[in-house]
Design a protein around this ligand. Structure first.
Ligand code: SAM
Length: 281
């Protein structure tokens, strides 16, 4: 049976193009077009927007995005075996899908896409985390992207949206919460993918805050947060020593007790520490 876009079902696409999943590329494909349409709806109306899709694979999510009306999609895929299948999707949606063969860590979407750019990706988790940190740490803020909709292992998704005092709260939650509003949009069981991964997955949706939650120089913020969570079980008066400076004046300037542990410090608290660090306290 053909799908809404007149293209063959994904199982057939995978078979006819010989796209056996490769573990080294983190390939767990979504084959249910109802599900990919649900994910494509997470960023909201995309009809006037551009989408950067990272890791389209055989094109299930790409088809979801295009069927849901995305104005223009740039799909960046590392695996050359997927390109013929993606060309077929491009032919079904003339002028709306550009395929880029390469590494998502190296592409410059701003040079290729105009207007508001929404990022959507079902990526290998290690690449996804690296890209998320980059997307949250540009030179200037607000960033080029209007939203990020990213699939992660559920446990990683929980680390992105965690609040202070919660077990998964750490560097990812502080970086994400400082500059964006992040939420888990949906969770998926292993059986949603082919082949099924070992763990549950979740789609995280992030929208950039116009300005960060509290003022702080970005570099100082990153250093302070990395030092504090580098030894998360220790008190800050000990863990912050890795900054190469006496932590006591920093903690005093930020109004944080020296016996506090990183996992209980709010994002505003880290921003205060980062300001004190940058000012040489
Ligand atoms: N989006 C498809 C889906 O949902 O069915 C495929 C998802 S699969 C988890 C991840 C895809 O990312 C694979 O097609 C893989 O080849 C691609 N990929 C892995 N590393 C990549 C990278 N560094 N840059 C671009 N694509 C990458």
């Amino acid at each position: 049976m053909s799908a809404i876009d007149g293209l063959p079902p994904l199982r057939e696409v995978i078979r006819s193009h010989g796209l056996t999943a490769r573990k080294a590329l983190g390939q767990n494909f979504l084959l249910d077009l109802n599900l990919t349409a649900r994910i494509a709806r997470v960023p909201g109306d995309l009809s006037d927007a551009s989408v950067l899709e990272v890791g389209p694979g055989p094109g299930g999510l790409t088809r979801g995005l295009l069927a849901e009306g995305a104005g223009r999609v740039l799909a960046v895929e590392k695996d050359a075996r997927c390109l013929p299948a993606l060309e077929e999707v491009s032919a079904a949606y003339p002028g709306r899908l550009e395929i880029f063969h390469g590494d998502a860590l190296e592409v410059d979407p701003v040079a290729r896409l105009g207007g508001a750019i929404h990022v959507v990706a079902n990526l290998p988790y290690n690449v996804g985390t690296e890209l998320l940190v980059r997307w949250l740490s540009p030179q200037s803020w607000p960033p080029y992207w209007s939203s990020l909709t990213l699939m992660f292992q559920k446990e990683v998704a929980e680390r992105i949206v965690a609040e202070p005092g919660e077990g998964p709260y750490g560097r990812l939650a502080v970086l994400a919460g400082w500059r964006s509003e992040a939420r888990i949009a949906l969770t998926l069981p292993p059986e949603a993918f082919t082949p099924p991964p070992k763990v549950r997955s979740a789609v995280v949706h992030l929208r950039p805050r116009p300005t960060p939650l509290a003022p702080a120089p970005a570099k100082a913020m990153e250093r302070v947060v990395a030092a504090a969570f580098g030894q998360r079980r220790k008190m800050l008066r000990a863990s912050l020593k890795s900054l190469g400076r006496d932590p006591m004046p920093l903690l005093e300037a930020a109004g944080i007790p020296p016996t506090e542990r990183a996992e209980r410090v709010s994002i505003e608290g880290f921003a205060a520490l980062a300001r004190a660090f940058a000012e040489g306290a």
